[in-house]
Design a protein around this ligand. Sequence first.
Ligand code: NI
Ligand code: MN
Length: 226
Amino acid sequence: MYVSFHGHSVVKIKTGEFTILVDPFIKGNALTDLKVENEKPDVILLTHGHNDHVGDTVEIAKACDALVIAPFELANFIGGLGVKTHPMHIGGAREFEFGKVKFTQAFHGSSFETENNEVIYTGMPSGILFTAEGKTVYHAGDTALFGDMKLIGDRHPIDLAFLPIGDNFTMGIEDAAYAVELLSPKAVVPVHYDTFPPIKQNPLHFKELVTSATVHVLKAGEGLKI
Ligand code: NI
Ligand code: MN
């Protein structure tokens, strides 16, 4: 499995056959290396409804007929826009032909703001565990630190975790370093920082604080084979 980071919380997973895109916020994301018209994923996974995570999901999914998997309320909203969806919810797992998806809790909010500034409620925010080819990737979504990260780590050995470090809207560096202790992943990639002024961070400080896992500070477009 090849897993790459594309700025903010955008992650791409490539298995032998399938491409999975997580939280594809591309237009308006000054840090990404991706272009909407070049992305042809088989599947899009969404952690929550905020615009910096749903991003260009609808345009991409319509162009390449990708399946969008999201928490129930968000999946219903996206499905209403003419996109093929599969709703799931926190605690639920399902084996798909491309891998296993399980939604986990996250402490955050979830709503989508339309072009007319209408706010649509999109249910609970979540994290995602994705397992394929014997490896598990955890994308925490946007979240505060919470004690049950230990439960997630105990129940699911994590090969690679994407954790937000931006502070202000999510965990900051010190809480994210503690989250690594609870989750016990083999490796970690910090995400959700530097995109906007309130979430400016030094990811090397996060790397210094983490001693129990390998921290990979990735530039947009860089990835890891796991
Ligand atoms: Ni958010
Ligand atoms: Mn966010």
